[in-house]
Design a binder for this molecule. Structure first.
Ligand code: AMP
Ligand code: MN
Ligand code: MN
Ligand code: MN
Length: 300
């Protein structure tokens, strides 16, 4: 029998054909929403959510492109949150982009990002780097300005050799371009997502360096606000972390999500279509979604 990596092998589909976390040029990705969807199609993705940072401006274009590529499209967003003085990311899936409170809050966050970028530019100026605010803003265009745009400016101008080094040297806590920004609260983000008809998911929990006590506290608090799932399989988790977070999801009765967190070639942990399925026993966040029906039928 012929087999390919996208076909069913025994009881699993490898790699996953669903991807619920990625970025376009509307935030810090390299592909436009249309090109991102075309890339997803080339990589064998059948169900896709676009989750730009604090911005839902790319959803309409991505949805239209998905129609042409026979991809089931899910509206998404990745909201920045401050929790216990740390920045966490909460993914909202199936949000309604027409829900006015969501649009208004995200518009304010977008402006807040510009104010933060100005302070980042001032910090970098003190370290002898001129013009980074204007430079990052020019690269971002109408998109939400992020640290990634500063990274591109600094690498592009030859200040630093690559994306990885630029974060380490300039853009993380304690470095000249870092600003301790106040994002919205966990409760506000989860509530906003739910009130807009969506499902709240903790993005890449393995990236927060929380320690067990705070990790459990986070799961408990997140659930108390109505949070539904955590990312178990993401581009920035290692395979042992897939198992670790599958257990945590089970323990806190949370569903599991899966996404590459793809930003573009060369700047991503993982490409779309090369990430593995959820570990056995996880309840997928999409288990009751019409858009992902064929996946649940295949794995039943
Ligand atoms: P911001 O939301 O403006 O703080 O930007 C955060 C984005 O910067 C993340 O979503 C990543 O895409 C990128 N990023 C953060 N830390 C790093 C890092 N250490 N190396 C490369 N990219 C990073
Ligand atoms: Mn990003
Ligand atoms: Mn993130
Ligand atoms: Mn992301």
């Amino acid at each position: 029998m012929l087999e390919c990596t996208h076909c069913i092998s025994k009881d699993k589909i490898l790699p996953a054909t669903i991807d619920l976390h990625c970025h376009s040029t509307i935030s810090d990705g390299l592909y436009s929403p249309q090109d991102l969807v075309a890339h997803a199609a080339r990589r064998g993705i059948k169900v896709l959510a676009l989750t730009d940072h604090d911005d839902i401006g790319g959803l309409a274009a991505a949805r239209e492109a998905a129609l042409q590529h026979d991809i089931q499209f899910i509206n998404g967003v990745e909201i920045s949150v401050t929790w216990k003085k740390r920045t966490l990311h909460i993914v909202g899936l199936k949000v309604n982009p027409e829900y006015a409170p969501l649009k208004n809050v995200l518009a304010a966050v977008k402006q807040g990002r510009i104010d933060r970028a100005k302070l980042m530019g001032e910090g970098l100026e003190k370290a002898g780097i001129l013009g980074s605010f204007e430079g990052a803003l020019a690269i971002a265009g109408n998109s939400s300005v992020t640290r990634t745009h500063f990274a591109r400016f600094l690498v592009g101008n030859g200040h630093v050799k690559d994306n990885k080094t630029v974060f380490k040297k300039y853009l993380v806590k304690g470095k000249p371009g870092f600003v301790d920004h106040q994002w919205m609260s966990l409760e506000e983000a989860v509530t906003l997502i739910i009130d807009s008809g969506g499902v709240a998911v903790i993005a890449h929990p393995g990236r927060y360096d929380l320690g067990m006590v705070n990790m459990h506290l986070l799961m408990h608090e997140f659930r108390s606000y109505g949070g539904a799932a955590i990312e178990v399989v993401t581009g920035s988790h290692t395979p042992p972390q897939y198992q670790q977070f599958a257990k945590i999801a089970h323990r806190f009765s949370l569903k599991s999500s899966l996404g590459s967190d793809f930003h573009g070639p060369g700047i991503s942990y993982m490409d779309m279509g090369s990430i593995s399925e959820l570990p056995a026993g996880c309840v997928p966040v999409w288990d009751d979604w019409e858009e992902a029906k064929y996946l649940t039928q295949l794995s039943a």
